[in-house]
Design a protein around this ligand. Sequence first.
Ligand SMILES: Cc1ncc(COP(=O)(O)O)c(C=O)c1O
Length: 387
Amino acid sequence: MFADRMKALEAETPFEALAKAKALEKQGKKIIHLEIGEPDFDTPKNIKDAAARALRAGYTHYTPSAGMLEVRQAIAEYISKTRKLDVEAEEVVVTPGAKPVMFFSVLALVNPGEEVMYPNPGFPVYESVIKFVGAKPVPIPLREKNEFSFDPEYVKEKITKKTKMIILNSPENPTGGVISREQLNVLADCLENRDDVFVLSDEIYSRIIYEGSSGSIAQLPGMKDKTIILDGFSKTYAMTGWRLGYGVMRKDLAGKMAQLMTNSNSCTNAFVQLAGIEALRGPQTEMEKMVAEFKRRREVIVGGLNRIKGVTCKKPHGAFYAFPNITGTGMDSRSLGDYLLQNAGVAVLPGISFGQYGEGYLRLSFANSVENINKALARIETSLEMR
Ligand SMILES: Cc1ncc(COP(=O)(O)O)c(C=O)c1O
């Protein structure tokens, strides 16, 4: 009954894991949620107020597919400032969340049979959409010994005539790895004579970074026209449910992406777009407080994990996930994830759900209170001792 292409799409494991945990909660179990990747903070009040004002002012209709001009201008101004790039409004496409930028970039640029390189372990949607368009996914392994950053020499070796796109994600989900400027330089050099290869640079965690900021590959000579910057409001401003994101890319590609918007969503919600202007231009104090709190929690969770027998954990440099090595427990990531849910009442994600190179790890989100993190760590330790 279903079209063949549907076989290629993968369900996103965090949502599946949440469903499992919710089922246990229905039976009366108390679960600590460290599986879902969204800030546990409320959206700052100034942003909510701006949306309410826009709603009352009648912004309840369609907007242009690529977004309202003033919103695209505010995003262009923000990207120009934060990435030290000259970006114009016409190079910005506003989307309902940042995820569509992933999907639309691949739909607009990649033909069946072409190759797309992507980080592994990495955000599962990359591999899913690459397969969906009939292209070949080529994983870029991210290794713990390299601080989970990617190895540009490996990428250099694996680039072929068929390579059409390279996906980067820094800071990275699930590892917290950050790509250094030197690594970006090597990649940019190797793409110098390949104007047919595009880079999708997923910078959704660009503001949630604790050390080692590398900037964007779009800043490097010759790279702006070959790069699509993916960013948005979900993580930075605790706005996951609002669905507001954007892509920044050359104008002809922005036109194609606007067509994809016309054919799928028509446009992004009008009053939500206007709230985006307030998020970017209004006070940044709430966001800064949130990042400072994530940094504090990082110390708690990494310290705690390293005290558990069989577990070691490197400090993530960005995002809000710890990615401990669990090989010392003797269990694979899926069995350990299930064991912890059932026996410790702690929901985490198995590393394998982020690709084959994620085996041997778990992802624990620290978008939860220090109190809950400490409780979860104690429960994990006890349940592992009881095996
Ligand atoms: C690496 C990465 N990119 C993109 C997204 C999608 O963001 P949005 O909620 O704005 O669609 C996420 C969300 O989890 C993510 O982790």
